[in-house]
Design a binder for this molecule. Structure first.
Ligand SMILES: Nc1nc2c(ncn2[C@@H]2O[C@H](COP(=O)(O)OP(=O)(O)OP(=O)(O)O)[C@@H](O)[C@H]2O)c(=O)[nH]1
Length: 432
């Protein structure tokens, strides 16, 4: 089995999907603590610094609880607390990936609403060093949403609830497009009172402020899972296609092999068929080949012509005196002489032993006779180049025929003619 098979990849993908989803729901949210923290500074302020009548003071040594006394005066009534860190080690907070701010605050007083705010330095508007120029974003929260001193209560506010203050936009002449809340360079967090402020004494205690976010957003997680599954399916499809191609290639190769093998068999069977028609010694037709060729000629229509039976004279002597090897050589040469000197359509075969037959079509008896004489002389005059000091001659008996059913009788007549040629002294042609 392959090391990385599709089923293994799919199993791994299922395990990873389940693990990712479980982690997503089980993991505690990520958070950044804004307060309390060692690296921030807390300031309380009031309109007293601009000549107003309001005042503010810490109520405990730990500086967690403070008292705002809001008083009407010509100055705009202001009182609040600011947590900031742009003059501490932590220059700013990037809240990318965070969605909420969680505030644990206690309030006691006549006010109905508190204002939570954050400032963010955006580089285009304001100076880094001057916190008052940083974008002011706020959200008003009913005081009921916070606990009083008897029952502390935690409120969570979505960052999307914050809006940029109109006065900040007007003061720094920022157009609407650039006046959208942003939380990538938060430089301070604060609590104060929105307009219309309620005069009187307000006691507040800020216990904890933190940014809350998920490690990975659900949409991003699902998109990731979908992409991972798409790549698993892609990998699997590619793998399967690769395998199928390999199998198809192998099948094709086998088909090719079989085709080649079938071709070889065909060639062999052709060869054997041919061999079954051919006399192995002389390489001319044997008796079977002669009959088959004759049949195919009959198939093409009525046949007429002449039949010649050729027999080597005193061939036994050649064998007896010079051996069979010489005898074979003589047989081959006689066959070759005949084969070379007949027409393409004529059928020449070794009938058996030292006897040959020749069937010439469309020849009358006279024409066949002169052909037979020509062949007889060819043999007589041929230099057999053998050790046989005996002259090689042939006797030929021939006859004509014009009908298929007369072929048998033609054989008988030609045989009789041959016998006659032999008895009359051999090396001659006799026609019946
Ligand atoms: N070398 C060889 N000899 C063969 C073959 N086939 C038949 N013979 C020989 O051919 C000879 C034929 O002899 P016979 O039938 O007596 O005829 P002949 O000696 O030619 O005499 P006539 O036909 O009367 O002239 C025999 O000795 C056979 O052994 C063959 O394939 N090779």
């Amino acid at each position: 089995m392959a090391l990385v098979s599709p089923s293994r990849i799919r199993t791994a993908a299922i395990v990873l999907t389940v693990a990712a989803m479980a982690l997503h729901y089980v993991l505690p949210p990520k958070h950044i603590v804004i307060h309390p923290a060692n690296d921030n500074a807390m300031t309380i302020y009031s309109d007293a610094q601009w000549g107003g009548e309001s005042s503010v003071e810490w109520l405990d040594e730990e500086r967690t609880r403070w008292l705002c006394s809001l008083k009407r005066s010509p100055a705009h009534p202001v009182c609040g607390l600011s947590v900031h860190w742009n003059d501490t080690q932590r220059k700013f907070i990037n809240a990318y990936g965070f969605s909420n701010v969680k505030v644990k605050l206690r309030y006691k007083g006549p006010g109905n609403t508190l204002r939570l705010y954050m400032r963010n330095f955006d580089g285009q508007h304001g100076l880094k060093e001057d916190r008052d120029t940083h974008k002011f974003m706020y959200v008003n929260i009913p005081t009921n949403d916070f606990g009083d001193f008897s029952a502390p209560y935690t409120t969570e506010v979505a960052l999307s609830e914050f809006q940029v203050a109109d006065w900040w936009r007007d003061e720094y002449k920022v157009d609407r497009n650039n006046a959208k809340p942003q939380f990538d360079h938060i430089t301070s967090f604060g609590v104060d009172f929105p307009f219309p402020q309620v005069m009187g004494e307000h006691t507040l205690e800020l216990e904890r402020v933190e940014l809350i976010g998920v490690w990975i957003k659900a949409e991003a997680l699902y998109l990731g899972i979908i992409l991972a599954w798409l790549s698993v399916l892609f990998t699997e499809t590619t793998w399967r296609m690769y395998r199928w191609r390999k199998v198809a290639k192998e099948n094709l190769r086998q088909v090719k092999d079989l085709t080649n093998y079938a071709q070889q068999l065909q060639e062999k069977s052709e060869k054997y068929r041919e061999l079954s028609h051919i006399d192995s010694l002389t390489e001319v037709y044997n008796r079977y080949g002669f009959m088959q060729t004759l049949k195919s000629l009959f198939g093409k229509g009525a046949l007429n012509g002449c039949l010649l039976i050729i027999d080597i004279d005193h061939f036994k002597r050649v064998n007896d005196e010079f051996g069979h090897v010489t005898g074979d050589k003589v047989l081959r040469e006689v066959a070759s002489l005949f084969a070379k000197n007949i027409r393409k359509g004529d059928i020449f075969a070794r009938w058996g032993g030292e006897e040959f037959v020749l069937l010439v079509t469309s020849y009358n008896l006279e024409q066949a006779k002169s052909l037979a004489q020509k062949l007889r002389l060819l043999v007589q005059n041929h230099d057999f180049n053998s050790d046989a000091a005996v002259a090689i001659t042939v006797s030929i008996g021939l006859t004509s025929f014009s009908k298929i059913d007369s072929l048998n009788s033609a054989f008988i007549r030609a045989d009789e003619a041959l016998y006659s040629a032999k008895t009359q002294g051999r090396n001659q042609v006799v026609a019946y």
